[in-house]
Structure formats: structure tokens, C-alpha cells
Design a protein around this ligand. Structure first.
Ligand code: GDP
Length: 333
């Protein structure tokens, strides 16, 4: 990351800002991304949208391959997410997990029965030789969604968190089992750094006429996507505008450990801190009115800025945030 000077080479200018977007890519984590995508699908045709989703949180639990972010996006957009937990399926039962608990297994990752069946489907299909991308598409179609959901990679990409004292834990262990403690030294993305993009990812980025970065955790949701070397290069080479939405609102994340992880990575926990982290590869930044005082310093990073209430409390709010990001992107074309 560098400070001062223009953020990145200007985009090819002269395209018609009013022209309909034919291909929009959204880089996505889980909860924040799903809320944002709920807005994007109200603004553009489903066939114009591709979500490229973080798989750094993936892990095997109880013998099945769980892809938390792919499933949060799929369940939320299908209107089936458990609203209380923010993951899993609404109305799901926990017979399986309770039985495992009674038999003495560790059950800190609460997978519901229908959720388990989806993950078992993923596991069985992987054993048959299917790619994670094909399986994400099967689950996407099964949930009646019309837009494309791609994992960032079909390769193992586990994000690990290094804790003081030298312990290294998988991100889900850090977040769910241990409750996201503050004693983080570093985040280890070395598996993502060795991974290849899933089929279709590079083509989607190269063919996009707008790329949006969801208000997702910059370190453990967007970080892994960007760390897949060929994806990082494709984003650097993208000729369309790239607009990010800040997950930091009023100096803190809405939910989750973004502040702890940003701090551990030596970053300022603020909208400006996220903008500075992304500035080399984005053109525009949408952030919350609670952080409006940061506007000049964000523009000084060489970024076009848009300020509004970014709390996506319902479908209408999600639509407003998506509209603002898309409008900024169109202005930058
Ligand atoms: P996770 O993998 O489930 O943690 O999901 P993400 O990485 O996609 O989302 C986590 C981030 O979303 C957190 O840093 C939150 O601050 C952010 N977030 C969640 N809801 C909102 C919202 O309504 N507005 C904004 N601006 N950010 C949000």
C-alpha cells in the first residue's frame, strides 16, 4: 500500500455512464456481502451479476465441507437465512448436532440438519470429483437464485489466525469457538496465496463493466480473495471502475472482528483505514455518513467518494447502498 499520489491508472474514459450495466462483479464475504447483494439484485438484472465469494472460512466439520460465506450469500438471497444467528437456515432443526453432543463430540459449530444436508451434498459431490464452483452453482439453482455465485477458488484456502504465544488457529476456531479474542499477532493467508482462481473467476473480472467490493471484512473476507495471485493481478488489470463499500461505520464494524484484525495488521480502524488499504486497486469508495468528516482525507487518497447512511437494516436500505455504489461506478466509467 502506498500513500499520496494517484491511486491507480485512470480507467478507460468515454464510456456512456447512462448505458445499462451488462456485467457486474461483486467481491463478497458473508453477512455484510449478503446484505449488500440483496440491494444489488434490486438494481440490476440477475444475469448481469456475478458474486465472487471468499472461501477462506471453509472447514470440515463433522465430516462435511462447510463453506460459510457461500452458504450465507445463498441462504440470504433466497430469503432463507436464520435472521437471529445471521447464518444457517431459518427454522432448521438441530437433531444431528444434539445427538453428536450427547455422544461426546465437540459441537461448538452449530450446524442445523438441513444446513448439514447441503454441506453433505457438497462433500459427496467433491468426492465424486465435482469442483466447489459446480457445487455452489447446484446449491444456487436449488435455492432459486438467478445470478452467478462463484467461489474464489476450488483449492483449499484456509485462513489462519496467529495468536500471541505462537498459537495458530483456523479462522472459524478463532471466531466461533474462541469468540474472536483480541490477542491476534497476524493473519495467515498462505493457502490463498498458493491457490488458483475457480473456473470463471478471471473471465468474470475481465468481462465486468463494474466491480463492487462488498462491505465485508477487509482482512479475512476481501483479503483472501485479493490474495489469490491471479485474482489480484486480474483486479489490478481490470479496465472497469472498482468501487468499494466501507464495512467500518462510525469507527467500528457493525458485527465481527474487523477492528481486531485490522489493528493486528497495523491498520487504522476507520473508513479511511479501509480506503487506504484498498486504494491501489479501487477507484471509488462509499462510506457512512457517520464518518463524513473523513471525506477530504479519503479523496486525498485519490479516490472518488460517496457518503450516505450505509446501515443495511432492511431491503430498502440495502437497495440505497447498492444504488449509491453503482451510481458512483457509472460516474467513473
Ligand atoms: P462474514 O464473513 O460473515 O463476517 O461477513 P462479511 O465479511 O461479508 O461481513 C462482515 C462485515 O460486514 C463487518 O465488518 C461489518 O461491519 C460489515 N457489515 C455488516 N452489516 C453492514 C451494514 O449494514 N453496513 C455496512 N456498511 N457494513 C456492514
Amino acid at each position: 500500500m502506498s500513500e499520496g499520489g494517484p491511486a491507480r491508472a485512470p480507467r478507460a474514459a468515454g464510456r456512456d455512464a447512462a448505458a445499462a450495466l451488462r456485467s457486474v462483479v461483486v467481491l463478497a464475504g458473508g453477512v455484510g456481502a449478503a446484505r449488500f447483494l440483496s440491494g444489488v439484485v434490486q438494481c440490476i438484472a440477475p444475469e448481469a451479476l456475478t458474486a465472487i465469494v471468499n472461501t477462506g472460512d471453509d472447514r470440515v466439520f463433522y465430516g462435511v465441507h462447510v463453506s460459510p460465506d457461500l452458504d450465507i450469500v445463498t441462504y440470504t438471497l433466497a430469503g432463507r437465512i436464520d435472521p437471529e444467528r445471521g447464518f444457517g437456515l431459518a427454522g432448521d432443526r438441530f437433531t444431528l448436532i444434539e445427538r453428536l453432543r450427547a455422544l461426546g463430540h465437540e459441537t461448538w459449530f452449530r450446524l442445523g440438519d438441513a444446513d448439514f444436508a447441503n454441506c453433505l451434498h457438497r462433500t459427496l459431490r467433491l468426492a465424486e470429483g465435482a469442483g466447489l464452483d459446480e457445487i455452489a452453482d447446484e446449491l444456487r439453482r436449488d435455492h432459486g437464485l438467478g445470478f452467478r455465485i462463484l467461489p474464489m477458488s476450488n483449492d483449499p484456502c484456509a485462513t489462519r489466525v496467529l495468536l500471541e504465544g505462537g498459537r495458530s488457529v483456523h479462522f472459524e476456531e478463532y471466531l466461533v469457538r474462541d469468540g474472536a479474542p483480541a490477542d491476534v499477532c497476524a493473519v495467515d493467508l498462505c493457502e490463498a496465496e498458493r491457490a488458483s482462481p475457480a473456473p470463471g473467476v478471471l473471465e468474470a473480472i475481465a468481462g465486468a463493466d463494474l466491480i463492487l467490493v462488498a462491505p465485508s471484512n477487509p482482512i479475512v473476507s476481501i483479503g483472501p480473495i485479493r490474495s489469490v495471485p491471479a485474482i489480484g493481478r486480474a483486479l489490478d488489470a481490470a479496465t472497469c471502475p472498482i468501487v468499494a463499500v466501507s464495512p467500518i461505520v462510525g469507527g467500528l464494524p457493525i458485527k465481527g472482528p474487523a477492528h481486531t484484525l485490522m489493528r493486528a495488521c497495523g491498520l487504522e480502524v476507520s473508513a479511511r483505514g479501509v480506503a487506504a488499504l484498498y486504494r491501489d486497486w479501487i477507484d471509488g469508495f462509499v462510506f457512512d455518513a457517520r464518518d463524513a468528516q473523513a471525506r477530504a482525507s479519503i479523496e486525498a487518497l485519490g479516490l472518488a467518494a460517496e457518503v450516505l447512511d450505509t446501515l443495511m437494516v432492511d431491503a430498502a436500505a440495502s437497495k440505497r447502498v447498492a444504488e449509491a455504489a453503482i451510481a458512483l461506478g457509472k460516474r467513473l466509467r
